[in-house]
Design a protein around this ligand. Structure first.
Ligand SMILES: Nc1nc2c(ncn2[C@@H]2O[C@H](COP(=O)(O)OP(=O)(O)OP(=O)(O)O)[C@@H](O)[C@H]2O)c(=O)[nH]1
Ligand SMILES: [Mg+2]
Length: 387
């Protein structure tokens, strides 16, 4: 057994250090804030004869392994880092098996409890205890990463107390809203002036082609922009037909490009267009050929923006894995689809925290073009039950 003390600027960063150093099995003995409030000290213990690796991570309660590079990530675990290598060697599959097992479930619960206990002393100092719990439960229902919930709640309650704002629920909720929304950026990747070339990339079946058709339809028919479609998806027999049908209905040209060189040639042909949308094949993980093609696309003379399309109906671990997989191209923004099919929207926030990328669009149905909207703060507030 080994007892270690860790110091950091806040609970989350310090817990990150504990996990990184001692692994997921470390037991938190005590969390203490310095008298000046300047730092947090955590005492943790680890059985050294047990494996200290994150056997069950990245799981819902073990999110320190998979946090954001934008200030929430432990060293070496950012997208494309050493953690990625671990996944490629096959630990990803075993995580699913272990999470189905009852013992692991109890362990995960215990870990959640440990994390909760570790923040209680900080929480009590702020006299916002009851409200802390209530807001925590509300956010937890949305599927928001627990370590982030603790972090943002502690920050919110501490700041409210410091500012002499009081810790009533409405004040806290309003501060919490700003704190959460402050972590998220949104952007419209389609320029109002000048040309935009945007490729929709992502896993199989998430809704890339449907989203592309929605965008093409709105831009061509409602906004009267000159739009052209390209597809690099020659992998699936019906894929070209699917896009052609949309292009015919919308009344925009569509071309097939098997290689990045053909894309380059077609982009020259379409130089008068305002918007060129590129559909790509959604292939499984480990498809290096597809990733090489996308990488080559990112090196063309013309700037291609990559919009990563993800379905909200997906486990956090798989979303993070996808972000890492597409780390080879510079993802410009993220679109979340299938909001109509999901009971919780925390994965959206978790992915933004993990990737540090802005959100572009949300889709919530199959209708083209109706079921799409630009990602906005207002919508985010309602998704995360913050209003
Ligand atoms: N419920 C719901 N279904 C959607 C949404 N977006 C797309 N779909 C459906 O999801 C299915 C797959 O959509 P596609 O657009 O073909 O997905 P894709 O990512 O292009 O698929 P691949 O090209 O095979 O990788 C279709 O049945 C779509 O109608 C959405 O926001 N909500
Ligand atoms: Mg498709």
């Amino acid at each position: 057994m080994q007892i270690r003390k860790f110091r950091g600027v806040d609970v989350r960063a310090t817990l990150d250090a504990v996990r990184e150093e001692l692994g997921e099995d470390a037991l938190i003995l005590e969390t203490r804030r310095s008298a000046s409030g300047g730092f947090v000290e955590i005492s943790a213990v680890i059985e050294i004869d047990e494996p200290a690796s994150g056997k069950y991570s990245p799981g819902k309660y073990a999110s320190y392994e998979t946090s954001s590079p934008k200030g929430h990530s432990p060293k070496g675990h950012s997208p494309g880092g050493s953690y990625n290598a671990g996944l490629q060697s096959g630990s990803y599959g075993s995580q699913y098996i272990s999470e189905e097992d009852g013992t692991s479930h109890v362990l995960r619960e215990l870990r959640g409890l440990k994390d909760f206990l570790s923040v209680i002393s900080v929480r009590d100092e702020t006299q916002g205890g009851k409200n802390f719990l209530r807001l925590e439960q509300e956010m937890d229902k949305s599927g928001i990463d627990r370590s982030f919930i603790h972090d943002v709640l502690i920050r919110t309650i501490t700041r409210a107390a410091e500012a002499g704002d009081g810790t009533d629920i409405d004040t806290l909720r309003s501060r919490l809203k700003s704190a959460v929304l402050g972590e998220i950026t949104t952007k419209n990747p389609i320029s109002d002036s000048g040309q935009t070339v945007m490729a929709l990339v992502g896993p199989t079946g998430v809704g890339k082609t449907t989203t592309l058709a929605k965008l093409a339809s709105i831009m061509a028919l409602k906004k009267k922009k000159k739009v052209a479609l390209l597809t690099m998806d020659t992998f699936r027999i019906a894929a070209v037909d699917q896009l052609r049908r949309y292009a015919d209905i919308i009344g925009v040209p569509v071309s097939v490009a098997e290689t990045p060189e053909e894309v380059q040639r077609l982009l020259r042909e379409y130089k008068d267009k305002d918007l060129i949308l590129i559909d790509t094949a959604g292939r499984g993980r480990g498809d290096t050929e597809q990733m090489q093609k996308l990488h080559a696309l990112s090196e063309l003379d013309v700037k291609v923006k990559f919009n990563l399309v993800l379905s909200v109906n997906t486990r956090d671990a798989y979303l993070y894995d996808t972000v890492r997989r597409f780390g080879g191209v510079n993802i410009d923004s993220i679109t979340f689809t299938k909001l109509d099919e999901s009971p919780e929207f925390g994965p959206i926030l978790n992915t933004v925290l993990y990737s540090g990328k802005p959100l572009a669009f949300f889709t919530d149905g199959q209708r083209v073009p109706e079921d799409i909207e630009a990602a906005s703060s207002k919508r985010l507030e309602s998704l995360f039950l913050l209003n």
